[in-house]
Design a protein around this ligand. Structure first.
Ligand SMILES: Nc1ncnc2c1ncn2[C@@H]1O[C@H](COP(=O)(O)OP(=O)(O)OP(=O)(O)O)[C@@H](O)[C@H]1O
Ligand SMILES: [Mg+2]
Length: 350
């Protein structure tokens, strides 16, 4: 009954980088066991589909070798506008067992996918004070095909898939661990990767709304390629501030800033929609994902949205021990957010 919960690794399979992390529970709190990333070949994950499972599994194996682990329990995260849907819904009070029996039926009314193609999970948040006899529930629906494909790749890499989570829950969990759940203002935690943006809106510290969008920093890459007539590799180099054949850094930065502004314009439109359709007025943003590393991005976002934008610190309450390269990990910290959030899950959690 009091068996020790095993500590899994968090594996974030993005379209630009795979990230792996493990976080130990110690008497003094959380401590990072390891974190590492590996770039993957562009195009292996495209349009929410894995095109080459063997190659992806091999990349994961390579990354596992770098951190020196083999077979272990693994938490994977899913995202995607066409594959994952998370909704907060109101249902009559019932037990978890009762809801287990009716969840598919409930999901059918809220999810625009064919019910036979999806797996459904839920979490009961609790009774609603203002509505007697009703409770808040978070419903998660993901395409079976996506879950099966990711699980297959993870198994091919020699790991044991233990929990399938979503990237949105991972960042929301990470936020809670590092910043607490007491904030009174409405916060948008936004994770922007290469091709997907996850937005989670926290009200009173609880996720009130989450959605995935098909936008990300590939847009910067595309704009650099198009405007300067350069290759993908050169565009990526310019994003990382490395010089690239004959292109002035100022010119590149101008293109990057304008792409940032357009990307944030899309987010602004979503915020306006939250305000008008859902009466949620967002007061500030906590930003994660590789896009947060782009020079000037968080400032552009703050200007465009007219609010404070803070880049997430995944290690505010997670100690990085001396044996790890803390400087490097802190430098790329926003990229670690999803993997660390996944690594905080414990096998045996509800
Ligand atoms: N140091 C850096 N400077 C600028 N941009 C960076 C830096 N590091 C990463 N990026 C950009 O961040 C993006 C990758 O971020 P992230 O790892 O969060 O995405 P991902 O999880 O692989 O993708 P997705 O989840 O969207 O499929 C890439 O577009 C990359 O160019
Ligand atoms: Mg990602």
């Amino acid at each position: 009954m009091f068996s020790k919960k095993s500590t899994p690794i968090g594996l974030d399979i993005g379209s630009a980088y795979i990230k792996v992390a493990k976080v130990n529970d110690t008497k003094k709190g959380y401590e990072l066991a390891f974190f590492d990333i590996l770039p993957i070949q562009p195009g292996i994950i495209k349009d929410e589909i894995i095109s080459d499972k063997d190659s992806l599994a091999n990349s994961i194996k390579e990354l596992l070798k770098e951190v020196g682990i083999k077979r272990c329990k693994t938490v994977i995260g899913l995202s995607g506008h066409f594959s994952v849907i998370t909704k907060r819904i109101t249902l009559p009070l019932m037990t978890e067992q009762e809801l287990n029996l009716s969840i598919k039926y409930e999901a059918e009314q809220y999810v625009p996918f064919d019910i036979d193609d999806i797996d459904v999970a839920f979490q009961i948040l609790g009774p609603i004070a203002e509505q007697k006899g009703q409770m808040d529930v978070i419903l998660v629906a993901a395409k079976k095909k996506l879950i099966e494909d990711y699980s297959e790749v993870v198994e091919k890499a020699g790991l044991m898939p233990a929990i399938v989570d979503t990237d949105s829950f991972a960042i929301s969990n990470l936020h809670e661990v590092n910043y607490g759940a007491n904030a009174k203002d409405n916060i948008a935690v936004i994770n922007i990767g290469a091709r997907i943006t996850n937005i989670v809106i926290l009200q009173n510290g609880m996720p009130a709304f989450t959605r995935d969008y098909n936008i990300g920093s590939n847009y910067h890459t595309e704009e650099l390629k198009r405007s300067l007539n350069i290759s993908e590799e050169d565009a990526e180099r310019l994003k990382m501030k490395s010089s690239s054949a004959g292109i002035s850094p100022d010119d590149a930065q101008r293109i990057i800033n304008s792409a940032s502004d357009e990307l944030c314009g899309e987010i602004y439109k979503e915020f306006e929609y939250f305000k008008s359709a859902r009466e949620i007025d967002i007061e500030r943003v906590v930003l994660s994902g590789g896009t947060a590393l782009i020079e000037g991005f968080s400032n552009t976002m703050a200007e465009r949205l007219g609010m404070q934008v803070e880049v997430i610190d995944p290690f505010r309450n997670i100690k990085i021990p001396d044996k790890l390269d803390a400087d490097y990990i802190k430098e790329i910290a926003p990229i670690a957010a999803v993997a660390i959030g996944l690594a905080l899950r414990r096998v045996g959690d509800g």
